[in-house]
Design a binder for this molecule. Structure first.
Ligand code: NAP
Length: 248
């Protein structure tokens, strides 16, 4: 089967590691990003260096018009989609609920939840056998925060990731007979720039002692789980949420 993958937020962190790992396993990869075109281009170059095709696509996953344009460009540039990794995600600075704002919560859900639903909708329209597609796989990025709640840090983020867990379960069952498997990965504390964007660049090192394995994880360790869930090796796995947390 043709293997064409879209990784949202593929310009750095877990998304970049996933794009590179997927290329090594034979996927052509579309690398989505919002701000850092040079970083996305560098990931695309890494995909091409492994003999696969790559496309760089700028789009805010929370913006419907941009997402529709992105999928149209993907159709034209790489051909039929068979995999989606809903990886684009944001946190915010630490804030209790009594210090929160509607604007913050709306953005948190717009990117982390609606963005994933929007990209999943476009992927299902292309991959489902019900629509003449050849099937495929969807992997959503949840977070251990969905289990832990992230009290005092970002319960809004945790709630959004909880929504991703339920969305994964429901969508998986909705398309189970249509050639599409849907799963989620719940990373724990992973060394990426996301902690700096939440105002705490040293967060992974600070929290490492709380992890049973006594260390933060790497983006590539999460990517390995994602690429396995996309592969035929997980052929009977759907509606699953896989913790990649070092035991946390
Ligand atoms: P990261 O290093 O902050 O990278 C985020 C990526 O998403 C970047 O490529 C960024 O592109 C892109 N992005 C941000 N907002 C976007 C939007 N609205 N539309 C499209 N792309 C957007 O994040 P990460 O740590 O790799 O996290 C990836 C996923 O794993 C997220 O869903 C996150 O919630 C989840 N996760 C991470 C951890 C962790 O400890 N790192 C733990 C649990 C779950 P630009 O740079 O171009 O803006």
């Amino acid at each position: 089967m043709n293997r064409t993958l879209l990784v949202t937020g593929g310009s750095r962190g877990i998304g970049a590691a996933t794009a590179l790992r997927a290329a090594a396993r034979g996927w052509d990869v579309a690398v989505n990003y919002t701000r850092d075109a040079a970083a996305a281009e560098a990931v695309a170059a890494g995909v091409r260096a492994q003999g696969r095709r790559a496309l760089v696509l700028q789009a805010d996953v929370a913006d419907e018009a941009q997402v529709l344009a992105m999928f149209a460009a993907l159709d034209a540039g790489l051909g039929p989609l068979t995999g989606l990794v809903n990886n684009a995600g944001i946190v915010d600075v630490a804030a209790r609920i009594d210090g929160g704002s509607v604007a913050r919560w709306q953005r948190m859900f717009a990117v982390n939840v609606i963005g994933s639903m929007l990209c999943a909708r476009e992927a299902v329209r292309r991959m489902s056998t019900r629509h003449g597609g050849a099937g495929g796989g969807i992997v959503n990025l949840s977070s251990a925060a969905a289990r832990i709640g992230a009290a005092g840090q970002y319960v809004d983020y945790a709630a959004a990731k909880g929504a991703i867990d339920v969305f994964t379960l429901g969508l998986a069952r909705e398309v189970a007979t249509e050639g599409i498997r849907v799963n989620a990965v719940r990373p724990g504390i992973i060394e990426t720039d996301i902690h700096a964007s939440g105002g705490e660049p040293d967060r992974a090192a600070r929290l490492a002692p709380l992890v049973p394995m006594q260390r933060a994880g790497s983006a590539d360790e999460v990517a390995a789980a994602i690429v396995w869930l996309l592969s035929d090796e997980s052929a009977y796995t759907t509606a699953s949420v896989l913790d990649v947390t070092g035991g946390r």
